[in-house]
Design a protein around this ligand. Sequence first.
Ligand code: NG1
Length: 449
Amino acid sequence: MSRWRAVAPGRVNLIGEHTDYNGLPVLPIAIDRAIRIEFRVTGDAAVRLHSPVERFAPFAFRMRRPIEAADRGDWSNYVRAAARGLLEHGIDLRRGIEGTVSGDVPVAAGLSSSSALVVASALALLKANGVGVEDGTGGGAGGGAGRAPDEDPADKRPPAKTVSRLELAALMARAERFAGLRGGGMDQAACLHGVEGHALRIEFEPLRVTPVAVPEGWRWVVASSLERAEKSAGARDAYNERARQCREALRGVGSGYRDLVAEPGLDGVLRRARGVLAPALFRRFRHVVTEGRRVALAEEAMLNGELGRFGELMVQSHASLRDDYEVSTAGLDEIVEIALEAGAAGARLTGAGFGGCAVALCEERAAATVMEALATRFYAPRLGGPPGRDAMFAAKASGGAGVTAAPPPPSPPLSAVPALPSPSTAPAPAARSRGTGNRPATDPTRDWF
Ligand code: NG1
């Protein structure tokens, strides 16, 4: 019986934070850390998955509308979201999957483990149901290099139907909101469009992805604050509150952030906004428009190979996220400070904030010094030793998600997956919840999905 492996990478956002849900571009890389689903196709339109990590309880659900959500914080919601999104798009999911989820994207770290799981689930379900995935970047040049193949070359059957990567990214961005976060679509697009050695300029409304070559010798050091940014729990309300404030601020100032950022100088826009917005809303607004401007400048710096300039923009981005958007933490601020003192060209929090990781840009020869300074000054006092490989690592810009034929097992037994009720008894039971609160983790390096 054929076995398949869906692989979907996490991402590190280089610049453009909290801009995607405001319709402004972002500049992330897909990274060499991924979620993997090894699966076989089943005939009964159900999903049965388990994980070797104890806190992610095995689950099963039937792909029949409406797919009910499990408890808040339950990891199965990301897989349910993918199935729900595909069903709502009119894709007939007659066949199901049964398998194991594993991976090495740290969870609740701002590295997009959730979208990687959503995308891997969607790709697995599409494969199971004979739906092909076509390349396409929405008009940007050069997409596709370094991407994992979607189809097994030995499988000559034509797919029943196809969906483009861009379509799938947009679909999964909407679908993931089922898990509760009013996100903007950066993560799913980065995951599906990653290109080795390239950053990705992602634009929204309409979605477009343009690869931008990362200059030789630029290194990205990712460092965890050891604080979990649990977007399925506590951080979700703070995130959604920011999104609501951005919409409210816009109502007072203009018709869209894109038009405002395109105005020749931002001074006029900011003066107008200061006149009509309450101080807290003004600060949120100022972050969004200045960050929007920084993304364009950073792309230009990358194209010109200006490491110092790119770094400066990262530092400005962090200050804006800390002071105006108020999503940084003392730990993230400290990592940024240590990295800069040790010789990084720039550093900033990455992802939504509220904990999670920071990313530092370093010249090749400075990367080891920066990592050593972080190990000694940040991690040793907190962990009593060196950081694990998921607490601090050098990330590489990598290829996007895909499905390949899996090597034969050994795979762990599926006996732990709960049985489904017979098809006549609806609906499928909610998965067991292990209650993932927004708690500080002394060692986040054990967690992934
Ligand atoms: P992380 O930190 O990976 O959960 C979230 C959103 C992004 C984006 C960033 C902030 C989701 C799935 N992810 O990312 O869309 O808004 O925050 O820039 O909603």
